[in-house]
Design a protein around this ligand. Structure first.
Ligand SMILES: Nc1ncnc2c1ncn2[C@@H]1O[C@H](COP(=O)(O)OP(=O)(O)OP(=O)(O)O)[C@@H](O)[C@H]1O
Length: 302
């Protein structure tokens, strides 16, 4: 059974329909991404899931609970990452952990969490003195303190440098490995591709596709291109006869073979049979960026 179910969700701000019939289901143990450009309705959607906004239409269930009606129970099940403004500047890391532990029936051991997130030596440090990466790690720790079944992480890595972002990705995987289902809001393609088991692509308040990152890519373009320098002359017809191959072209001293399916295996098997070695071999295929453009008609940062 799905752990989060969103069906035909609608949310308006005045005349503006920010979320217009959004639906998806998140399975237990997944890292499920909500990917879309600024203003697509991602935050509004997760705020409805967190019980922070009342939908104008549709239904939301988290572990079978309606977030609007059973707020107390939802708090015990769902860990939401804090916005930085939620913590006073002068609160110390240990004090924040102690305070947040008191909100839950069955809190995690917060010292162990700080250890996990590499913040033990910051127990006595004021929030305002933490680096950007340390603040993000603390916000993950606070999201996990109630031993939630689901953690919602909204633009967790925005503003982090590339190394801190990679560290955050490792942490998110670590959290998932502890059995927590993760709902991740992002507008970073690389983050979505690298971390998410499945994604809902949202644009202008609507879901345009739900699939695995590779499923999204192959649904819009499953062609691959292999470039290599053959070690010996080879009749193009030999490669063109392979069922997976659509075209064979020469580009300088390279051959460019385009096709679908398990193209690499098919081509290298035939090359081996003809005792030709493929030097400087490169495989190119469509990216999640290409899929996003095909699905929405524009790049995510346009
Ligand atoms: N409280 C609000 N009042 C009025 N309009 C709002 C409010 N919150 C969001 N909006 C508008 O609703 C639309 C969706 O906003 P939302 O924050 O959900 O999108 P988002 O995909 O999370 O974008 P971002 O990544 O920029 O936060 C936007 O056009 C936004 O301006």
């Amino acid at each position: 059974m799905a752990i989060i179910e969103v069906d035909n969700l609608v949310k308006r701000y005045g005349d503006h329909t920010a979320v217009n019939g959004v639906g998806f289901a998140v399975e237990p143990g997944e890292i499920f991404g909500i990917l879309g450009p600024n203003g697509a309705g991602k935050t509004t959607t997760v705020e409805c899931i967190e019980g922070l906004r009342t939908p104008d239409g549709g239904t939301v269930r988290v572990c079978g609970i309606d977030p609007r009606h059973d707020t107390g129970e939802l708090r015990q099940l769902l860990g939401a990452q804090l916005q930085q403004s939620d913590l006073p500047d002068k609160i110390e890391v240990g004090e924040a952990m102690e305070l947040y532990s008191s909100f839950y029936r069955d809190p995690a051991d917060w010292r162990a969490l700080l250890d996990l997130l590499d913040l033990t030596d910051k127990i006595g440090t004021q929030f305002r003195r933490l680096s950007g990466g340390q603040k993000q790690r603390l916000s993950i720790a606070l999201a996990l303190i109630g031993n939630p079944k689901v953690a919602v992480l909204d633009e967790l890595t925005t503003g982090l440098d590339p190394q801190a972002r990679r560290d955050a990705w490792e942490l998110i995987e670590l959290v998932r490995d502890r059995g927590v289902t993760i709902l991740l809001v992002t507008h970073f393609m690389e983050e979505a591709e690298r971390l998410c088991d499945r994604l809902a692509v949202i644009d202008s308040g609507r879901v345009v596709a739900v699939d695995t990152p590779s499923g999204l890519v192959s649904s819009v373009d499953d062609r691959q291109r292999i470039r290599f320098r053959p070690s010996a002359p080879l009749d193009h017809a030999v490669l063109a006869a392979i069922p997976e191959v659509a075209s064979v072209e020469r580009a300088g001293d390279r051959l460019v073979v385009t096709g679908t399916g398990n193209l690499l295996l098919a081509v290298t098997t035939v090359l081996a049979r003809h005792r030709v070695v493929a030097a400087d071999l490169r495989v190119e295929q469509a990216s999640l960026d290409d899929a996003f453009v095909a699905l929405t008609g524009r790049p995510i940062d346009s």
